[in-house]
Design a protein around this ligand. Structure first.
Ligand SMILES: NC(=O)c1ccc[n+]([C@@H]2O[C@H](COP(=O)([O-])OP(=O)(O)OC[C@H]3O[C@@H](n4cnc5c(N)ncnc54)[C@H](OP(=O)(O)O)[C@@H]3O)[C@@H](O)[C@H]2O)c1
Length: 287
């Protein structure tokens, strides 16, 4: 058997992150789905997936509003993450974005605030702004998203850049580019990876994974679904947590159960064989 990983990730400042959290992209978009989406998020928190990831970009604030409703009365049980657009990521714009997110979320602080992706604003200005938000108590810590290794190296050369708490990047069985360089680099610097789209979203790419013979055989062996195998696989490394988005309670239950699956070394080897990691550096995949 491969070594079971701890069900938590410890940040250097002592905060504990669950290995599975809850994504929210495209939530809050349709009134008909609202009650079920809120119930799904609340159930996820109850089942231990108590990290919720949102962004000012998602539905231009509608996802944050829905999350605000979902965390009413349970805010302290949740590790709340939001993200700032790159063009807002410095100075007064950053403060305005953060305050607007806090208002929509109905809270006075974020547990983690991420730069959604790298834009044209110099990183120094973003770091300075993020550090000021920490000092003012509006955010507990900050991190980045969609940063490849050279971006991370540049960030850590900036004063205060080493306070970056996580890097949120695309990672699933069909997209393993980060394993070649970025993942080991981040592990070496004790910066966890927050894996987004761990279920490969929906569509043909995902179909290629869930209909794969190896994935299906391993799923049958565990009495699990192929998507549960994908999710268990995505968090097999000690420094990776994943944030699947699920809009229904049934999907949340299945995802939470996947967090308890332990893949054997032989199964991991079979998955490596079916979906090899690249043996050379490839550019970071992004959505
Ligand atoms: N930083 C970034 O640039 C970035 C980019 C993309 C995503 N993200 C974050 O990462 C989160 C997750 O990524 P994602 O939303 O792109 O894709 P994902 O989590 O890989 O896939 C979401 C899709 O999987 C379905 N699903 C979830 N659980 C399922 C289950 N047990 N059985 C069957 N279908 C299931 C969902 O359907 P239902 O909704 O019907 O349950 C939805 O269609 C986002 O929501 C967002 O918070 C960040």
């Amino acid at each position: 058997m491969s070594k079971p990983v701890s069900d938590k990730i410890l940040l250097p400042d002592g905060a504990m992150l669950p290995r599975l959290g809850l994504g929210t992209w495209f939530m809050g978009e349709h009134a008909a789905n609202r009650a079920e989406e809120i119930a799904a998020l609340r159930l996820g928190v109850e089942l231990g997936m108590n990290l919720i990831d949102t962004a000012e970009m998602y539905g231009e604030g509608r996802s944050e509003e829905l999350v605000g409703e979902a965390v009413k009365g349970i805010r302290d049980d949740v590790f709340l993450v939001s993200k700032v657009y790159p063009h807002n990521a410095a100075g007064a714009g950053l403060i305005r974005s953060c305050e607007a997110s806090l208002k929509r979320l109905g809270t006075d602080h974020l547990d983690l605030y991420l730069l959604h992706w790298r834009g044209t604003i110099p990183l120094e200005e973003t770091v300075e702004g993020m550090e000021a938000l920490v000092a003012s108590g509006k955010i507990a810590r900050w991190g980045v998203s969609n940063f490849d290794t050279p971006d991370m190296q540049e960030l850590l050369r900036i004063p205060g850049g080493n306070h970056c708490a996580v890097n949120q990047v695309l990672y699933h069985l069909g997209s393993r580019g980060i394993e070649h360089e970025l993942l080991p680099w981040l592990s070496g610097h004790k910066i966890p990876v927050m894996a987004y789209s761990p279920l490969a979203q929906a569509g043909t790419l995902r179909k290629g994974l869930t209909e794969n013979e190896t994935v299906q055989r391993i799923a049958r062996g565990h009495g699990a679904t192929p998507l549960q195998i994908l999710l268990a696989w995505s968090i097999r490394e000690a420094d990776v947590l994943a944030i699947p988005k699920a809009g229904t309670r049934q999907h949340v239950e299945e995802n939470a159960a996947a967090g308890k699956l332990v893949l054997t070394s032989d199964e991991l080897w079979q998955l490596d064989d079916a979906f090899p990691q690249p043996s050379w550096k490839v550019p970071l995949d992004m959505i």
